[in-house]
Design a protein around this ligand. Sequence first.
Ligand code: HSE
Length: 306
Amino acid sequence: MEEIKVFCPATIANVSCGFDVLGLALDSIGDEMIVRKTDEKGIKITKILGQDLPLETEKNVSGVAGLAFLEHGDYQGGFEIEIDKRIKPGSGIGSSAASSAGAVCAMNELLGRPFSNLELTQFAMQGEKLASSVAHADNVAPAIYGGFTLVRSYEPLDIVSIPTPDELFATVIHPQIEIKTSDSRKILKTKLTLETGIRQWGNLGGLVAGLFQSDYDLIGRSLEDHVVEPIRSILIPGFDAIKQNAMEAGALGCGISGSGPSIFALSKGETTAQKVAESMRKTYGSIGIDFDIHVSKVNTQGVKPL
Ligand code: HSE
């Protein structure tokens, strides 16, 4: 195979209680990317549609992730990349992760899969480092593995795949404002009280157990964030109203997607997820900021060929 076209999923990182460790991949939102082998060594980004992003390899997250890929293994050629960028940067649904993960997964496929998902995650994290100064894995891991993933440890990197209950759907509203992950990380507190830690890890354990047991009530009770949401929600116009109305519409839980401004809700069943979308549409309609809304099942495959 000389060329491949892939779907690179958007992702919801943190999922309320799992800052920097938990994430899930979406199915109905993502970028498309074409990657082809070249005789010339190195990575060349030949085309970017949809967004104004740098073509220079070292300034583009897919370029940087691709270079990390090429540094390992014994492939002597290079790759060309075309990106149809459908996820806006600064949206909070893993725009940089989609490009980074898409590039390394496509390259791996073209070479007959020499690298494991864990190794691909390490390469893709270099793209995240370029985008937000921190090589966090909670977007790239679900984009690569699919479904829900937990970063059990960063050093050494240890990723755990978590099963997805069949009826779980996500609703995401993306207000058309940009929040840079690097900026929204700067405002976070660097120390927690023991009391806050206890509440947070109780919920994280509860959420993981709820996902394993397909216990939707437990999933709902666990979708709480005592660490990040109280600080970051101030940056998102209408956050409290969206959350309250989503819960009244039947969502299991609602929180900030990644570093925002997108807000996500999880629901049992597509019908409820659509009702939540309707409540978000009504709530945001009066705020005066444009927005997109997506309803999606969880993508258990991750980056996939098109
Ligand atoms: N865990 C990261 C953050 C995700 O919240 O800063 C960014 O998408």
